[in-house]
Design a protein. Sequence first.
Length: 423
Amino acid sequence: MKNQQKKTRMFNKLNGIRLMALALFAFTFFSCSSDDDAVSNNNNPQEDLYAVYWRVNTPDGRTNYVSLVNEIMSGAVDASQALEVSGKSRFFAPENADYFVIGDGENMTFTRYNINQENQTIEPGESFSLTNQGVTSLQKRNVFLSETKAYYIDNTQGQIVIWNPEEMVITGSFDLPAEFADGYQGFSTQLGFGDYQVNGNQMLIPVGWVNFANNTHLDKTGLAVVDVENDQVLSYNEDTRCALAVETAFMPNGDVYYGVSERYHFSTEARENEDCGCILKVAAGANDFDQDYDPNFMNQIEGKKVGIGLTNSPKMNHGYVKVLDTSILPWSPDVEAINYYGLVWETYEINLPENEIIRKVDRPLAPSYSENLYTFDGIQYGAIKVSDDEQYKVIEYNTDGSYVEGLDVPGYISNMQRLHKAI
């Protein structure tokens, strides 16, 4: 752990579809109806092993796959070797742990799947249910703290559920501030889609609020600081300079920056503002937003008015924000909010400590929703759509903003993790 900083990942939605072929040479086919069989994959156990979670859209909704590959910068995913995952699901996995966890969003269960490195099979393991904790919806909010301890951050009840990934049992829970529970003052609570920062024994959890029925939001951002050793909330503070600032970029020294959620554009109140775009900072070890940090940055981009989101860039201390191309879609309360999910957002690089826009990044227009980024051995990866028939590629980012295309995937890449690092 560098600078006593843990970067933990929470992963995106998981549903599954049928396996399409029988595995050969004594490996057996696994379906969701059987907990005794395993899915085989033609991978080399002496190489790195990655799990790629991807989805396709069907007339009945989404269907998802989990595929194992040894290489993410070449080749193609073989759908016939993919694991079926039923229902509305989530995928969670710590790096280099030789397992992953499926969260079933229909029956609120977590199931562990072990990776047999000797023969490269996926073997279903133990499960537990979250229903007794009152969880009614699963989100991408799981934090692995150790081999035997993880947090699931539940906004439906405003709580953290503590569970043991090794034994697959719930070991406890504790309440977050009332502002985190869904329905607070009639609003839906919005948490980030990215990582959660843990410095030493403290974890930071930001929160914002949107009322989708009334198309309104609360014009502030909340921040809870949690003691991950003693399982308790240490503090809660709010900042009215920037609303819905819950998307994260982490600095090597432990500082964290928070950009505006894509859910912001669902508020007609927000789209009545001519100029939108802000970032909040929490210094390493602090329990509140830094009041000396200027949250505004859009005045540095001539002719642009609206900026949202935030992710790390490959360059140290830099991040990426999304800026609306108003020549394609105006920022207006008269526009249907769902249209801002379209490919209408440019990418700009920002020096976060200096709050300085560096340049517009040469890449295709993007949707508003948060980009999934993955870092292995200091190299940053993402995904890009390469065809109208939902074909995607893994990409490796360069520090100059360019990227190199890699693995072909026949669907949207929702998640990716390295399960095993070759020795």
